[in-house]
Structure formats: structure tokens, C-alpha cells
Design a protein around this ligand. Sequence first.
Ligand SMILES: Nc1ncnc2c1ncn2[C@@H]1O[C@H](COP(=O)(O)OP(=O)(O)OP(=O)(O)O)[C@@H](O)[C@H]1O
Length: 477
Amino acid sequence: MTESQKLKSITQQLMMEALDSVRDGVVIVDSNSRIIYLNDAYLRILQVRREKALNKLMSEIEPDAIILDSLRDKKPRVNALVQVKSRSKRILANITPIISDNILIGAISVFKDMTEVYMISRELKNTQRLSKSIFNAVSVENMTIPPEFSHVIGRDEKFLHCLQLAKTVAPTDATVLIEGESGTGKEVIVNAILSISGPRRQPFVNLNCSAIPESLFESELFGYTSGSFTGASKNGKIGKFELAHKGTIFLDEIGEMPLFMQSKLLRVLQSGEIQKIGSDYADVVDVRVIAATNRDLKQMVQEGKFREDLYFRLNTFKIVIPPLRERRGDILLLAEYFIRKFNDKYGKQVYLGKEAAGHLQKVPWLGNVRQLESCIEYAVIVCKTRQLQIQDLPEDIQNGISEAMETLPKTSQISIPLRPAQRLKNDIQNMEREQMRQALLEADGNKTKAMDLLGISRRTFYKKWKLYGFDNEIYTK
Ligand SMILES: Nc1ncnc2c1ncn2[C@@H]1O[C@H](COP(=O)(O)OP(=O)(O)OP(=O)(O)O)[C@@H](O)[C@H]1O
């Protein structure tokens, strides 16, 4: 090797090393778009393995790559913001065609990863939209309930405040946390938010965290690639987050999410990144998250059962729905509403008698609006006259609860926990558990059949299944 050849080879080596050490991605292709060089940053940013890209044709592995345009028209591209489709990444690229003696011999692209910048600017836009929305909301003196909320019943001040918050946050893309006891109407508020945010935030994916076994959580949420584990479908699986891309995901019972998934959820909330099981790289999704819980997440954080960082992240915009016993003014409104609903359903013309109305107002409604709803459904069905009376109400509402009420303070604000109410709750739960057990026996252990027999949704069924520890029992006649 001559001295000048040696010098040339050392210079080339130094240049390659220099390119390898820069933070920006660098790729060089020849005139046929064959990748002849890529640096370490390229591999890191686009999350590919060297052997999957080097010496391959760019036109085959990334047919929409902007560097191909430069090869075609021999023109440079300056600060081009592009999406690398196969990797869901945003990059800012500078591309120069390499021309020697008027002949195109290739092109070089130097690019920056803009995904994080994009996520931050999205967050910023959200915050701006949210503050604008809050500004508009506080400048309206008397809140008017939006027409989209017409099916939401309630005039209590605290409840109206929840609706106002829902209305405020709906047009933004902010993450929302809805807290409230079981049956208070968390899902009703989610639907209200969705009805305002409209098609802009579709598709909608609903996921109840308590219905997913821990071992399936990751594949449910993020999916898996084909053949990533024994028993996996050969076509792979699309996760719920991918399904909800550009839309909204509702994570109900977020408090039931296992700790290892909480950290993965935090990553999605912070960077939009999801990684399928078995995949070498992460995809970026654009999903609005609405979460709900009937657990005290703050308490769970203290007990080490819920990640503090995720809690803070979710807590940015919180709507706390008060229990029905703290908005007693709404009981009759809701009761009348449900009577209308079940009159329609069962072809009846029942109206609420004065004594029954008085009685309903005294009940502690530990099961909240859901309990009131099923109580009214029962009463409308059994009511033989047109006037719904105390004796038409379910027995536990007629007796047990009224007994418990005698020992409760006569104020509209009942502070919990109260021992009699707790005892009552236990009674209700025992009864519920027994009914479920009977239904499961009747259905020979077939859960879908048992749900039908009980007349409850799959979601409610699995919630109670978990609550009452049915996992360890065998149900065959
Ligand atoms: N304000 C309301 N107006 C009309 N219906 C309501 C209202 N609040 C609750 N409901 C009805 O009560 C039932 C329970 O409500 P929902 O499922 O939203 O409660 P939840 O808080 O999500 O319960 P869980 O925590 O058990 O999932 C539903 O049938 C719902 O339609």
C-alpha cells in the first residue's frame, strides 16, 4: 500500500469513527438506494439491528423514505420533518445528494430524533387548550349543562361541579382520572366526556383492569409479535393501545393494574411509546387516557401498591364523584328518571308514591346510583298498581336498610365509615356472593350463562368474581 493509500484509509477510518460518535443519525446510500453506511445513532433512534439494514435497499425497507426523493430529483432537503412509518418515529432530516462529475453516486442523510420534542409540544398544546378551556369555564357564571349531558341526571352542586369539570376537560387531550365509589357514575362521566370530544378522539377502547389476569396484562395492552412465545397466535396480536391510536382508551379500575404494568403505562403517558412483546423496537401511539378507580390511590401509594410517579401523572386532572348519600337532593330525581326508563322497558305506567319517595331518601345507598337503579327496576316490575309503594321495594331496602337508618345521624351528610352501614354492606355483599354462587352452580360453571342468569354485565361479573374470590372455587353441579 502506498503512503497516500495508507493515509486515505486512515482518514476514512477516522471519519467513520467520528460519524459513529455523533448523536444524530447518519445514513449513506448509493445511487441504487443500497445502504452502505449507517452510524450507531441511526440504530439507536430507529431501533433496528445493523444486519437488518446494512447493505439492504432503502427503497425496500422504507419505501417512503425522503432520501429516495433526493436520489430521484438530486436535490437536497433541509430540516425536513418526516415520519418514519415503519418505526412510528418523527425525525428532522438534512439530506444531501452526492454528485461527482455530474453523476449521482449516492446521498447522505443526517437526522435528529424529534419524537420526544413532538411529545413535549403535544403536552404543551394540551396544557394550553386545557387552560383556555378552564378560563372559559370559570368565566361562565352559571353553568349550563351541555345538551350532550341530557341523559346525566343530577342537580346537586357537587355533582354539577363534576359535570363542569368534565365539560372543561372534554375538548382537550389531557389525561383524566375519575374517582368515586362503585356505582357513583364514573362511566357516565366518561361517556359525557366522549360525547363532547366527539369523533376527534375516536376510536374508543374500554378496558377493565380488574378483568384481566396479571399474566395477560402486557399482551392485552401492548400486543405481541408473531411467535413471540409458546401458545402465541401466529399472526401476533394487536394491543388495546394500538387499537386506540388517535383515539381514547378508558382504563377502568386502574387501581387493579399490577405494579410492573404501571411503569409501562407511565412510559406511554410520558413518551407515547409502546413495545409489543417480542418486538425489538417501540412504536409511538397517540392515545388519550381516561382512568377511573373506586380505590383510594393515594393510600395505595403509601402502601407501596401504586406507583407514586404514575399517580402524580394521572392526578393532573381529577374528577371526584361524590357518593349518592352525599347528594341526597339527587335521589328523587334519579328515582323518577329510572321509573321513566323502566316504565318504557316493561310497558308500565307506574309513578312514585309519596311514602316510597320519603323512604328512598332515607336509604344510605352504599351501592350508589347503581343500587338505586336496580331497586327501582325491581319495584317497577313487582308493582301491581300504578302507584309505587314501600312494599314494592326490594326487601333489603324496605327492612334491613331502614333498620340501619334508625341508628344513622339525621343529617344529609353521613360521614363514613359508619359501623351499621358497614354491617349492612357486608350483608349485601354476602347476599350478592350467594346469588353468584347459585348462578354459577345453575350454569355448571359457565360464566357467560351465569352472567345471563344474574342479568349483569361481563364487566360487573368479573369485578364481583374477583371481589368475592371465586377464582379458587369449582362450580359443577
Ligand atoms: N347521574 C346519573 N344519571 C343517570 N344514570 C346514572 C347516573 N349515575 C349513574 N347512573 C347509572 O348508574 C349505573 C352505574 O353507573 P356507572 O357504571 O357509571 O358507575 P361506576 O362508578 O362506573 O361503577 P363501577 O365503579 O362499579 O364501575 C349505570 O347504569 C348508570 O347509567
